[in-house]
Design a protein. Structure first.
Length: 413
C-alpha cells in the first residue's frame, strides 16, 4: 500500500488499541497517519518520541502497535511502522526541528545523563525541550548505545541513527564522549555539579548459562560481539547461538555474513514464543540460519576450546503461577553436536563494579522507586540498567518517564 491507501485503510478506532494497548510510547498513531502535512505529522510524533525513523524500522510491530490493530483480526494490520519511518525519513530530509516548550523555571537547572543510548537520548531530549541544561556522558566515541553498537547496519542504517541523534543535539544538548563511569568519570562529581543525574548505561554483560564448559575458549556473549564488533574468524565454522530474542537474530545473521558455514539458533521454547520480531526470524531463515526449537544446551564440551555441545529436547508445560508455558527437559533425549563456537544471547546484566554504590534489586539491577529515583540522592536510573523492558521503544519510554520525573523533582527545588 502507498501512504494514501494506508490512511484510508486505517479505521480510526474510537478506543485506539494501537496506541493504548500496543505502543510502549503511546504515540498518537491515528493522528500522525491521517495528517497529510508531513511536518505536522512529525510534530505529533515528537510529542511522545524522538525516534520515528528508528522505531518505524526496528520495533517489533507485530507484537506491539500492529499486533493490536483491529484490521489485523481478519486481515493485514495497518502498516504503522512503514508510516512512522516514512515521516521520520522526511523529517531528516527536510530538516524538521523538534519543537521546544520552555519552562522558565527550569532554564537554570543542570542535569547530567550517563549513557547515550535510547533511554539517555530520550531523557535528554524531553528535558532540553523544557529548557533544562543537559549534558550526556558516553563511554564510546559516538552516541547511540545499541543503536550504534548493537543493531547491525543491515537492519538499521547508521546514517539514519546519526541524523536522528543530531536532531536531539540540536535542542542544545551537550555531549562528552569517551567518558565511562568508574574509569574517567565519577558519579560523585556529577552529583556535585548538577541538580540531578540520570544513569542509563544499559546492561551489556552476558548472562551466564550456568552450565559446564561455558568458560571454554570459543564461548562468546552476543551483546559483546555486537557492541564491540570484535569477532573471531567464522569462515567455514559451525556456530551455535542460544537464545530467542533480537540479539540472537542479530548475532546469527551477522556471523553468517562474516563467512560461517553453518549457524544454528537453539531456543528452549517453541517458535511462536520467541521474543524476536517475526520479520527478523523470517529474514534469518531466508539467509540460511538453522533453528532448533524446544532444545536446551546443557553442556559445552572441549579440552581448552569448544568442540561440541550437549543438547536435550524440552517439552512445554503449564506450571502453577506461570503465565506462559515453561520448558522442561525431556529425560534421555540428550545428544551431542559438533560446533566451533557458542554465542550466548540469553540476556544480560549490568556491570557490577560500575553500579556497586547503588542499592540493587534481587536480580542485580539498580533499584528504583516509583519516581525512578535510586538509593543515591539526586540520582535517577532507567532502561536496561534498572531491569526495565529491553526494546528500543521501551527504553525510550523509560527515558521519557525519567525526564518527567526529573522535571517534577527540579520544580520542587
Amino acid at each position: 500500500m502507498n501512504e494514501e491507501e494506508i490512511r484510508k485503510y486505517c479505521l480510526s478506532c474510537k478506543n485506539k488499541p494501537c496506541t493504548n494497548n500496543g505502543c510502549p510510547l503511546g504515540n498518537n498513531i491515528q493522528d500522525f497517519i491521517h495528517e497529510k502535512d508531513y511536518k505536522k505529522a512529525y510534530e505529533i510524533l515528537c510529542e511522545t518520541t524522538v525516534f520515528p525513523a528508528v522505531c518505524g524500522r526496528i520495533c517489533p510491530h507485530e507484537k506491539q502497535c500492529q499486533g493490536s490493530c483491529i484490521r489485523g483480526i481478519k486481515g493485514e494490520p495497518v502498516s504503522i511502522g512503514k508510516m512512522e519511518s516514512l515521516i521520520g525519513d522526511i523529517s531528516i530530509k527536510e530538516n524538521y526541528k523538534i519543537l521546544k516548550n520552555i519552562d522558565n523555571s527550569l532554564i537554570d537547572k543542570r542535569v547530567a545523563i550517563v549513557g547515550g543510548g535510547p533511554a539517555g537520548l530520550t531523557c535528554a531530549a524531553f528535558l532540553a525541550k523544557k529548557g533544562v541544561q543537559v549534558k550526556i556522558y558516553e563511554k564510546h566515541s559516538e552516541l547511540g548505545g545499541l543503536l550504534s553498537h548493537g543493531i547491525p547496519e543491515f537492519r538499521l542504517s547508521q546514517t539514519t541513527v546519526k541524523a536522528t541523534i543530531d536532531k536531539i543535539l540540536d535542542l542544545d544538548v551537550q555531549a562528552e564522549l569517551n567518558r565511562e563511569l568508574g574509569k574517567n568519570l565519577e558519579l560523585e562529581e556529577l552529583i556535585q555539579a548538577n541538580d540531578a543525574v540520570f544513569v542509563s548505561i544499559g546492561a551489556n554483560i552476558p548472562a551466564k548459562m550456568n552450565i559446564e564448559g561455558e568458560n571454554l575458549k570459543g564461548v562468546y556473549g552476543g551483546n559483546d560481539l555486537l557492541e564491540y564488533n570484535r569477532h573471531p574468524s567464522y569462515v567455514g565454522k559451525t556456530i551455535a547461538v542460544t537464545g530467542g530474542g533480537n540479539v540472537a537474530m542479530d548475532s546469527a545473521r551477522t556471523i553468517k555474513r562474516l563467512g560461517a558455514d553453518k549457524v544454528i539458533i537453539i531456543y528452549r521454547r517453541a517458535e511462536e514464543q520467541m521474543p524476536a520480531e517475526k520479520k527478523e526470524i523470517e529474514d534469518a531463515k531466508r539467509e540460511g540460519i538453522e533453528f532448533l526449537f524446544q532444545t536446551n544446551i546443557i553442556r559445552i564440551i572441549g579440552v581448552e576450546k569448544v568442540e561440541k555441545i550437549e543438547c536435550i529436547k524440552t517439552e512445554l508445560v503449564q506450571k502453577e503461577g506461570e503465565k506462559r508455558l515453561v520448558p522442561v527437559n525431556i529425560k534421555n533425549s540428550n545428544y551431542t553436536m559438533n560446533v566451533d563456537y557458542v554465542v550466548m544471547a540469553t540476556g544480560s546484566k549490568p556491570e557490577g563494579n560500575v553500579i556497586r554504590n547503588f542499592e540493587k534489586n534481587k536480580w542485580g539491577y539498580i533499584n528504583i522507586d516509583e519516581k525512578m529515583q535510586t538509593s543515591i540522592p539526586k540520582v535517577f536510573a532507567g532502561g536496561d540498567v534498572a531491569g526495565e523492558k529491553s526494546t528500543v521503544a521501551w527504553a525510550a519510554r523509560s527515558g521519557r518517564n525519567a525526564a518527567n520525573n526529573i522535571i517534577k523533582f527540579l520544580q520542587k527545588k
